[in-house]
Design a protein around this ligand. Structure first.
Ligand code: FES
Length: 106
């Protein structure tokens, strides 16, 4: 089905298999990354699932207004790389996507 490449906050890289229809945030939680506490559970209200997309693959979906507002308040916001991982649903088109984790904070 494909894999995504995750670079954690220490710089270590790991590949995760894509589960179709599951959010990027759920993939990261399932793999045990504590950089993504995802406090609100994916309801787009906390920004603790903030990640950088450092090598885009597939269509990630548009950044909606609520996501944009949260991102702009987040520490380490980057206009071109920042996304909320709970707002990205993965499918096979995302094979090769690279995600860089940052220490969460808003
Ligand atoms: S988990 Fe809270 S905004 Fe994504």
């Amino acid at each position: 089905m494909g894999t995504i490449n995750v670079i954690d906050s220490t710089g270590e890289s790991k590949k995760l298999e894509i589960d179709e229809g599951v959010s990027l945030m759920e993939h990261l939680l399932g793999a045990g990354y504590d950089e993504v506490p995802a406090v609100c559970g994916g309801s787009c209200s906390c920004a603790t699932c903030h990640v950088y997309i450092t090598n885009e693959s597939g269509h990630l979906g548009d950044v909606e207004i609520q996501e944009r507002e949260l991102l702009e308040m987040a520490d380490d916001y980057n206009e071109t790389k920042s996304r909320l991982s709970c707002q990205i649903e993965l499918d096979e088109s995302h094979d090769g996507l690279e995600v860089t984790l940052i220490k969460s904070g808003v």
